[in-house]
Design a protein around this ligand. Structure first.
Ligand code: ACO
Length: 429
């Protein structure tokens, strides 16, 4: 393999270094391109061919359907690990020892309460507020309660405290945004429960009745959170890194990530999947008609939960979650007409030439919404669930970016607007 790529611009040849990752992925390093060529830049809308960083956290191979966190296959982690263990792995680089895990869990458990004053913020939101809007605001608001988190030069253990607070409080804020929308009383966290159990308790228990914990549900939730924990430089993670690159505090950076995740082309797809299935059902359940709409270029409709920017073969997370989905549905005895539509849609699309030619397969969000629905999570909370899962990834990537002292993110552009012209006063226009 050459160490340099050659680029010819206006008759001049430039040598650009080729760098290689630990899994032999190659990149042409253009970081000095503009200086060397006196002004020529690379352009790549949507960053389809552009690496923004070198990262040691997550490896994925979209062609082979491989996903690993810090080298560990997603299948093994989803099968055997706890979400907090995976969070520790992603953030700190190694699986925790028994002692490290005990301390980490204890620290997370001890920080699950949010300041009582924050309850007033919740109450000020209308009942119809989308919980993602509430969550993004609440996470940013945490920075106002912990002003010391704004100091980028504080000691490592103070930074860890911010990290632990965020992991601990996100489920509380998420569950409270739901309770507030229902105008139900907030349920306080219970320290004898584990991370997933505690979230289910805060979501579904009432002062008048306990939530009946079902281990199939707890295990499916644990798996879902692990599957979403990181996915290298996706839209929301790149947002967290770019906001963090200005040295904005961690709460503000993660809040921006939550906003980016909200969109239906990203994390919002899990909500969009159920809404699409409901629409198809209300329209009579004619799956072929909707598949034809998705293929019609003059129609903006897309099959939600299908396709992925990097997985062009299969989404390994979808394979794992499909099994968990079947388990939960069987255990809960769910007989949902939407599920039949989902199964038909999957079959028709997988056999259709349009979808085959474009490598469009169900992604993780096609199934996650179905599980969340079966557990009793309302549709508008689906992307909130994704945020809880993705948090360790956002934190780990932010931490890596800060520790590597990466420069502020600031892309360039090619200007295509008007050339210089003189201002004309309003009377003369
Ligand atoms: N339904 C119908 N056609 C589709 C779909 C779909 N869901 N997805 C892609 N296509 C078609 C496009 O029209 C395009 O066709 P063309 O080549 O004839 O123009 C081709 O497949 C390639 O699509 P792009 O939009 O160029 O692919 P890109 O990598 O930019 O987008 C994305 C990926 C955004 C995920 C897209 O597949 C999509 O919109 N899917 C639906 C939304 C979704 O499920 N998002 C969740 C992604 S997973 C996550 O973020 C956790």
């Amino acid at each position: 393999m050459n160490e340099f790529a050659k680029l010819e611009v206006d008759g001049k040849t430039y040598e650009l270094p080729i760098i290689e990752g630990t899994e032999n992925e190659k990149a042409i390093d253009i970081s000095k391109l503009r200086g060397a060529t006196e002004g020529v830049i690379a352009i790549d809308p949507g960053f389809k061919n552009t690496g923004s960083t070198k990262s040691a956290i997550t490896f994925l191979d979209g062609e082979k359907g491989i996903l690993r966190y810090r080298g560990y296959p997603i299948e093994q982690l989803a099968d055997s690990a706890s979400f907090l263990e995976v969070a520790y792995l992603i953030i700190y680089g190694e699986l925790p020892t028994a002692n490290e895990y005990k301390e980490f869990r204890a620290s997370i458990t001890n920080h699950t309460l949010v300041h009582e004053d924050m309850k007033q913020f919740f109450e000020a939101y209308p009942a119809k507020a989308h919980p993602m809007g509430v969550l993004a605001s609440m996470v940013c608001s945490l920075s106002t309660f912990y002003p010391e988190s704004l100091d980028q030069d504080r000691a490592d253990d103070a930074k860890d405290l911010t990290i632990h607070r965020l992991i601990a409080k996100l489920p509380t804020l998420a569950a409270w945004s739901y309770k507030n929308a229902m105008r139900h009383p907030f349920m306080y966290p219970k320290n004898d429960l584990d991370y997933c159990e505690n979230f289910l308790h805060m979501m579904f228990a009432m002062p008048t009745s306990e939530y009946q914990m079902d281990q199939t549900v707890v295990s499916a939730l644990n798996k879902l959170l692990i599957l979403h924990a990181d996915h290298e430089q996706n839209c929301s993670t790149s947002t967290v890194r770019i906001v963090g690159s200005s040295h904005a505090n961690l709460y503000a950076s993660v809040s921006a990530g939550i906003s980016a995740l909200w969109g239906p082309l990203h994390g919002g797809a899990n909500q969009a999947v159920i809404e699409m299935l409901e629409k198809i059902a209300a329209d009579g359940g004619d799956v072929d008609k909707w598949v034809a709409k998705a293929k019609d270029k003059s129609d903006s409709f897309r099959l939600m939960g299908f396709g992925h920017r990097v997985y062009k073969n299969f989404d390994p997370r979808a394979t794992i979650i499909k099994v968990a989905c079947d388990n939960v549905l069987e255990k809960m005895g769910v007989d949902d007409p939407l599920l039949d539509i989902a199964k038909k849609l999957e079959k028709v699309a997988l056999e259709d030439e349009y979808f085959k030619a474009r490598n469009l397969y169900p992604n993780v969000d096609f199934y996650s919404g179905i599980i969340y629905k079966a557990i009793g999570i309302p549709t508008e909370m689906f992307t909130v669930m994704f945020s809880i899962g993705r948090l360790p990834g956002w934190i780990g990537q932010w931490k890596e970016m800060m520790e590597n002292n990466e420069p502020i993110g600031r892309p360039r552009q090619i200007y295509t607007g008007a050339n210089e012209r003189d201002y004309v006063s309003i009377e003369k226009r």
